[in-house]
Ligand binder design. Structure first.
Ligand code: UDP
Length: 237
């Protein structure tokens, strides 16, 4: 059993699409809510940051003629939509959660403050922190690192669609190997693309370890916390 007291779970918007091309797959959402509920039952405090790529990404919008800042604001709103959907699914699964937004929008969610989020976590409820960092030109990976550091999470669990970090893209290079663990320095040196560099640097400078794992395999979130052998652990040493 891995001894994490408090985790920050980053869920990508794309994962929420499930088999769909766009939007939210209700069965995927339900699976996630059940897994998060099971983790909470282990007594682990859970903070969550959700992406918005299943609905809108600022960069993609720019290619289609959208203003970048407006596009990023649309992307941040997309993360709020996903967060509300997750909150609703968690409620159905019997887990109480609070949605905090990095941009004021009561009554959709409470305006984020680190103190309030920590209080909720200490009360055994889930804190979903929506709206990214609240600023354009950032990603929800950076937001998850930032919030993870702020709430003093023991680890950032980055749920993705791959089993961990590989020496090369396993879909293009058949003999690519998966790392059980790797240092931030090696990630830089090898140019491995696990997160954008802003997020990675913030993580390294603040000594927040990351586990990159496949969140699409049912039960994996629990496995990461129970046996620690799932995914790739990234640390400073
Ligand atoms: N975004 C932003 N600032 C932030 C976080 C997100 O402007 O602090 C915008 C950005 O346009 C991004 C979109 O929200 O493309 C959705 O987030 P992201 O692409 O990180 O979602 P994911 O890839 O995890 O689904």
């Amino acid at each position: 059993m891995v001894s994490y007291k408090r985790i920050l779970l980053k869920l990508s918007g794309e994962s929420l699409m499930g088999q769909q091309q766009y939007g939210i797959d209700p069965s995927r959402l339900q699976d996630y809510a059940e897994e998060i509920t099971a983790v909470k039952q282990l007594g682990i405090q859970v903070g969550i940051v959700v992406g918005g790529g299943n609905i809108f990404r600022g960069m993609t919008g720019t290619g289609k003629g959208f203003d970048r800042v407006k596009g990023d604001q649309m992307g941040m709103l997309a993360t709020v939509i996903n967060s509300l959907a997750l909150q609703s699914a968690l409620k159905t699964a019997g887990t109480k959660s609070h949605v905090y937004t990095s941009i004021r929008m009561e009554p959709v969610g409470e305006f984020y403050s680190r103190e309030k989020a920590i209080e909720v976590l200490e009360n055994g409820e889930v804190a979903i922190i929506a709206g990214g960092t609240g600023n354009p030109y950032f990603t929800t990976d950076t937001a998850s690192v930032l919030r993870g550091i702020e709430i003093e999470a023991d680890v950032l669990l980055k749920g993705t669609r791959v089993d961990g970090i590989y020496s090369a893209d396993p879909e293009k290079v058949p003999d690519a190997t998966r790392f059980d663990s790797i240092t931030f320095d090696e990630v830089y040196a090898r140019g491995l693309k696990i997160m954008d560099l802003t997020a990675l640097t913030l993580c390294r400078e603040n000594n927040l370890k990351i586990v990159v794992f496949n969140m699409d395999k049912k039960g994996n979130l629990l496995r990461v916390l129970e046996d620690g052998k799932i995914g790739t652990l990234v640390t400073n040493r």
